[in-house]
Design a protein around this ligand. Sequence first.
Ligand code: PSU
Ligand code: MN
Length: 305
Amino acid sequence: MNEARFKIADDVKRALAAHRAVVALETTVVSLGLPAPDGVQVARDMEAAVTASGAVPATIGVLDGAVRVGMSAAELDALAATPDVPKLNLSNFAGALVARGAGSTTVAATMLMAQHAGIPVFATGGIGGVHRGVAETDDVSADLTALSRIPVAVVCAGAKAILDLPRTVERLETLGVPVFGWRCDEFPAFWRRTSGLKLDQRFDDMAQMAEAIHEHFALGTGTGIVIANPVPEADELDEFMYDRGLNGALELIVSEGIRGRAVTPYILEYMQMVTGGEVVRSNVALLKDNARVAGELAVALAARG
Ligand code: PSU
Ligand code: MN
């Protein structure tokens, strides 16, 4: 990448040079996936969770047409304060850089930048995937494209609950992307721990999971890996609230004609109303827990050398 458009923070640079554990973090969920001002606070809490696990956090976003790998508090504030900040994926990234603007990186864009920086582990909330109603809209997240091409391990609580989870899991298999369950047997449903979708591989030991990740990358298929870490039990959304909120939101998207990148923020806002904020509490908890697990994983991978 053009060096002038790719700025790695000093602490991240030092950690990478010393082969220490580093975890990439995204900025779409913090600027568009949570109601303001929660986003910036959560971004900092995720960084703190990575640090507590013994790794160095590298929050990734775009400011003034340059990618930042590792953002200062002031930079995060500047990104959060940008009105109508674009949600960057693989297709609109270069355009945003050339326009010299700001941007929040999705899972897809963050994976790409993590790869450029040499960071093998990344923590997010939930990946994008195959949308419900895909037959009519053809809406499949570029996150799946990125997972099929970029060898980075993504720690998440499954895929966004609004998606078609069975089709998303099926597509991951088609693309050759392993899904490893961290202490779980089922693909998690984001705000809930289970989905009924059984996983092939479960790991209870971090060193063993690191070995499997290492082995997958060594196979040279070139894909990423999904590490599924369910929301902590205490923070799971009540099943009734989950069903009611999600079904109501899904009906509204259809009747209001909400499409594409606008779907997630719209649903979250609705769910927040229906659940009296419980959904945000659950969301924040799973984000922090994913950061913690990603930190532990990065340490285990770094220990293998
Ligand atoms: N999960 C959430 N909220 C979000 C996202 C994921 O709970 O805002 C973001 C991630 O950055 C993910 C992106 O990469 O949404 C996927 O968007 P789309 O479905 O438009 O590809
Ligand atoms: Mn989409």
